[in-house]
Design a protein around this ligand. Structure first.
Ligand code: SAM
Length: 282
């Protein structure tokens, strides 16, 4: 069964009277090259794959072909009968029904992947939860090697931007703290059913063994970074003073000590400069 074939998708979903839910980010892949490429870029026969949002299982089966095991989390119970048909031939694939944002992923990984050498995440993400989900995966410090996900093109550019470039935002810095990010390839909107209004890209986040820098206070570092990018048109001093209520004098002093211009905008700072400023202000 070719699950990337539009006629097969229709044949599986029509008898259920299935309607795509925009609110669940349901755009199913109908491009037969994308899923094998995603699976091969992150998994081998010793790998356990955690997938978020299998839909009808188009990526799940490709991961099951190359990986030791696949566990997919799906929120939409209406897909239960379809998935039990499409995954019937893959005894190394199983589905857990639930909300990936709410499930205890650490416990799930422990329970399901103890027989795998390493665990990776591979998914065509529902776009409405891209940032919170990526951050949940990274912040929970799960025992995962990498995260290979399809996201909206703009989100890919933001998540994988160089810190210190115009595309960077708070989420760029947060991702760079935990991982090395790269865009693997672009995917046109016509590769989906129904087609979304935007193009997509597959990105890979290789999770670092240790965070990129050691900061004095991790919780403050993330609050500081959020504040830095909260008001992008303002200088760093103004946005940090407004958002965190820190005295401007203290911020000027920290910038001066670190040899940074007092009128600097947050997007111009390197990762190390942000970390040093955070340490000076916490
Ligand atoms: N993997 C399939 C594909 O590539 O065709 C489907 C991808 S579709 C973009 C996103 C999938 O995530 C849908 O099946 C949707 O029901 C599911 N989903 C949406 N929100 C979810 C959540 N919070 N937790 C788990 N799955 C979710």
């Amino acid at each position: 069964m070719n699950l990337a074939d539009i006629k097969t998708v229709e044949k599986l979903l029509k008898p259920l009277g299935f309607s795509f839910k925009k609110s669940l980010g349901q755009n199913f892949l109908i491009d037969s090259e994308v899923c094998p490429a995603m699976a091969e870029s992150c998994a081998d026969e010793n790998t356990g794959v955690l997938e978020i949002g299998p839909g009808i299982g188009v990526l799940t089966v490709e991961c099951a072909k190359v990986a030791k095991k696949v566990v997919a989390i799906e929120l939409d119970e209406r897909l239960r009968p379809v998935l039990s048909t499409t995954l019937a031939d893959f005894d190394n694939a199983q589905v857990v029904f639930g909300d990936a944002l709410k499930l205890d992923l650490s416990a799930l990984i422990k329970e399901k992947f103890s027989d795998c050498d390493r665990v990776v995440v591979c998914a065509n993400l529902p776009y409405y939860i891209t940032s919170p989900l990526v951050m949940k995966l990274l912040e929970s410090k799960l025992p995962i090697d990498s995260i290979t996900v399809m996201v909206q093109k703009e989100a890919a550019q933001r998540l994988c931007a160089d810190v210190g470039s115009r595309d960077a935002g708070a989420v760029t810095v947060a991702v760079a703290y935990y991982a090395q990010a790269e865009i693997l390839f672009g995917v046109d909107r016509t590769s989906f059913m129904p087609p979304p209004n935007v193009d997509s890209a597959v990105i890979k986040l290789d999770v670092l063994k240790e965070p990129r820098v050691k900061v004095k206070d991790e919780e403050f570092f993330f609050r500081f970074v959020k504040a830095c990018f909260a008001q992008r048109r303002k200088t760093l001093v103004n946005t940090v003073a407004n958002t965190l209520g820190i005295e401007k004098g203290k911020i000027y002093e920290a910038l001066n000590t670190l040899g940074i211009e007092s009128t600097v905008r947050s997007e111009a700072l390197t990762f190390e400069q942000l970390a040093n400023l955070s340490d000076a202000l916490c």
